[in-house]
Design a protein around this ligand. Structure first.
Ligand SMILES: Nc1nc2c(ncn2[C@@H]2O[C@H](COP(=O)(O)OP(=O)(O)OP(=O)(O)O)[C@@H](O)[C@H]2O)c(=O)[nH]1
Length: 386
């Protein structure tokens, strides 16, 4: 049966109950981590620049001012690159925010910025001024610890940025002659080892929380779908059909559009079961489900009401169009190759709110009465309530 000519307004997701969600839990967790990373770390761009400015301001007379300027300019450049990345991210539609597209860019810009921070801190470090050295160490430790709160969704990103900020100055201090300098470096390393442990625990906990949330969503989706789907055909079951029918009826009433109901019942299905067996009967019902799924618009709703009875609702459709759609459906079912089953046919009743004002129940009852007329008139045909 050919798709209908009327424009598709809004797809009814309930018509796709038989289809899976597609994305694996692992993919979803990875995407959640990426979203968390961008949400958490926006302020880090400004924080890291402000940290460097504050350190330079505190030690303006103690540092080489030319080095300060070069450092701040490089840092401003890398911050602008990161800012540009964030602007692109916030402008990007949800579908484009994939780990494959963004993770590498984030890594590169973060490592660049952390490298400039750590290298710059070493470059401004005066060799003969212990107070300045301690201040520089204090700021590098502060910067690297703040990485835990910003990038914890990605453990190795946190550790990488910490190492690039902290290690240049710490390693330099470690090889200085004074025991105090070596002691400071060792203390920083011990402190950093605790931070590394905390980072691991935090990123593991975050990942676990994302995975649990996604698993619960998936379980909820599966159980909801099972409660709404007819297992044999994959169409909506009776309950889901009537829930959606109420919504569609209300929408048509609001928008003053006509609504047509089609009630269909297979002919002599008992004889099919008796002759070819119940499994062959099931197979025919599956085929009918597939024909119905392929025959209607996304704005229509359809379901198996039970046994060998199906129903369809066609919004914004005239009675004449509904009649020709019903006749085409009856013909498609009659021509269905259902080997070994021979002589598959169905009868169909059509009613519409265009002919008389009906509530949903009255509309369905009216289509049901027409169906029995079609049966009484010899089956394999359509009867319409005019
Ligand atoms: N294979 C199969 N048969 C079913 C299923 N549900 C209902 N049936 C059978 O469908 C048959 C319906 O029989 P009837 O209500 O007498 O209707 P009919 O034989 O189709 O006759 P008419 O409707 O009058 O043309 C019964 O034999 C049911 O057992 C199902 O899920 N699978």
């Amino acid at each position: 049966m050919a798709p209908l000519p009327s424009p598709v307004k809004q797809a009814n997701p309930m018509n796709n109950l038989g289809q899976d969600q597609g994305h694996s839990i692992e993919e979803q967790v990875r995407t959640d981590r990426l979203h968390q990373l961008f949400r958490q770390s926006f302020s880090a761009i400004f924080g890291s620049y402000l940290g460097a400015v504050m350190l330079c301001w505190l030690c303006w007379d103690r540092f080489d001012q030319q080095v300060i300027l070069v450092w701040l300019v490089l840092l401003a450049g890398s911050s602008l690159v990161r800012l540009h990345l964030f602007v692109q991210w916030f402008r990007c539609p949800d579908a484009g925010r994939t780990p494959a597209r963004w993770e590498r860019h984030y890594w590169v810009t973060l490592m660049l910025s952390a490298g400039i921070w750590g290298g710059g801190a070493l470059a401004v470090m005066p060799v003969d001024d212990r107070l300045s050295q301690v201040l520089v160490m204090l700021f590098t430790v502060g910067m690297s610890v703040s990485a835990v709160s910003c990038y914890s969704a990605y453990r190795y990103m946190t550790l990488g940025s910490m190492a690039l900020v902290l290690l240049p100055c710490t390693v330099w201090m470690l090889f200085q002659p004074s025991p105090m300098q070596v002691g400071v470096a060792l203390a920083v390393l011990v402190f950093a080892s605790f931070v590394v442990g905390a980072t691991r625990k935090l990123s593991d906990a975050l990942e676990k929380a994302f995975r649990l949330t996604r698993q619960m969503e998936r379980a909820h989706h599966i159980s909801t779908r099972a409660a709404q789907t007819d297992e044999l055909t994959g169409l909506m079951n009776r309950r889901a059909f009537y829930e959606q029918a109420q919504l569609l009826y209300a929408q048509c009433l609001r928008e003053q559009q006509p609504l047509c109901a089609l009630m269909m019942d297979m002919d002599h299905f008992k004889a099919i079961n008796d002759t070819y067996g119940h499994q062959a009967g099931d197979q025919v019902l599956r085929q009918i489900g597939a024909v119905i799924s392929a025959s209607f618009r996304q704005t229509d709703i359809y379901g198996r009401l039970g046994g060998e009875e199906f129903a369809v609702l066609l919004p914004n459709t005239s009675l004449e169009t509904a009649r020709s759609i019903a006749e085409e459906l009856i013909q498609t079912i009659h021509d269905l190759p259902a080997d070994p089953v021979q002589g598959v046919s169905a009868s169909l009743g059509v009613a519409s709110t265009c002919t008389q004002p009906l509530d949903l129940n009255a509309l369905m009852n009216s289509a049901d009465k027409a169906l029995y007329q079609a049966k009484a008139s010899g089956r394999n045909q359509v009867a319409v309530v005019d």
